[in-house]
Design a protein around this ligand. Structure first.
Ligand code: 3IO
Length: 338
């Protein structure tokens, strides 16, 4: 062949090589949309970005995750339905926001004495894995985790149960029931609606984990924190079932291999971040921390027992082996507490 033919051939080969190596791999990129309800600064979104980064890395960028924090794709109470309907491929939801919808896994949100989010997150994962409850049968569960134990953040100091009487505090699910039993006036709403309620003075504070003092700047409004460690809020990250079924085997394996790891990572991130947020609130807003007296702590614990009994009654009605589930929760709790 002459020079011209030679260059033509080289060019053709180059073109073919480019086509073979780039076009098909681009075409095979799998995009997943991931919806989240609270602002990007908060822990459900921090764990979402970590998951995105790890999944993209571990699939060699075959999967691309598009994240939507702050309710930009789906709001707090639309999450499960939105994922089932395919408005988002993945969604992060808080089980406490839809009472009755997650009868088995809300066992983790009872006042059982969890001391940290890592333990509670791992126990939640184990319980889900063991029972595979039908409350998640319409979706694929990607991971599960919890907040750190809840404390009271308020505009007024709360040093005793007496100080709680009639006080409007924002909470959700089991946390709202606990406040009611202790004589406060719970106002239930998702975290995403809470900044406005606090700023407008609709509520005098909230019951949740303390990292929001920093992440949502609640320390500016609630400089009084009462350490109660009542309960944790359980969360689930779920995927549309059809989308899940359409994924290649290797991608499914990467995602499945990350479920428990992501639960532990998120719990650990949360536990460390709570400490940072308390420091932040103390330094920047001169926050004060209170504890109930021994008597009030015992009294609060006794009053809280009713929510455990109520859960049992509800669970039995839903054909859940309530005693066995609780027994397993306590056993896993003992295993993961150090
Ligand atoms: C929570 C929810 C969204 C963003 C940050 C958060 N920290 C603790 C929670 C727990 C929860 O769902 C709630 O509503 O208190």
């Amino acid at each position: 062949m002459d020079r011209k033919e030679f260059f033509c051939t080289v060019l053709c080969l180059l073109f073919l090589a480019t086509a073979v190596f780039t076009i098909p791999s681009n075409a095979k990129t799998i995009q997943l949309t991931y919806a989240n309800f609270p602002p990007a600064s908060t822990f459900p979104c921090i764990q979402m970005e970590r998951w995105k980064k790890e999944v993209e890395k571990r699939t060699n960028n075959r999967v691309k995750v598009l994240t939507f924090p702050g309710g930009t794709l789906l709001g707090a109470k639309d999450m499960l339905r939105g994922v089932i309907q395919g408005q988002a491929d993945i969604g992060c939801l808080c089980m406490a926001y839809q009472p009755g919808v997650f009868p088995l896994t809300t066992v983790i949100g009872l006042p059982l004495g969890f001391k940290d989010a890592k333990t509670a997150s791992l126990v939640l994962w184990e319980i889900y894995n063991k029972y595979r409850p039908k409350e998640f049968s319409k979706v694929k569960v990607i991971t599960l985790f919890t907040s750190a134990p809840s404390n009271i953040m308020s505009k007024v100091p709360i040093r005793s149960l007496k100080d709680l009487k009639g006080l409007e505090l924002r909470a959700s699910g089991t946390a709202s029931k606990i406040l009611e039993l202790l004589g406060a006036t719970p106002v239930s709403m998702p975290m995403s609606e809470t900044p406005e309620a606090i700023q407008k003075g609709i509520v005098k504070g909230l019951l949740s984990s303390l990292e929001v003092l920093k992440d949502l700047n609640f320390a500016a409004y609630c400089p009084y924190e009462t350490i109660t460690n009542f309960q944790v809020y359980p969360f689930a990250v779920v995927m549309n079932k059809q989308k899940w079924n359409s994924l290649p085997k290797q991608v499914k394996e990467v995602i499945n291999s990350m479920s428990k790891e992501q639960a532990a990572w998120t719990g650990e991130y949360m536990d460390n971040h709570v400490k940072e947020a308390i420091q932040f609130a103390r330094q920047k807003y001169n926050a004060k921390l209170f504890h109930f007296s021994k008597q009030d702590s015992i009294k609060a614990k006794k009053l809280c027992k009713k929510v455990i009994l109520d859960w049992k009654k509800m669970a039995v009605k839903s054909s859940i082996p309530a005693d066995k589930v609780l027994e397993d929760v306590y056993a896993f709790k003992a295993k993961y507490e150090h």
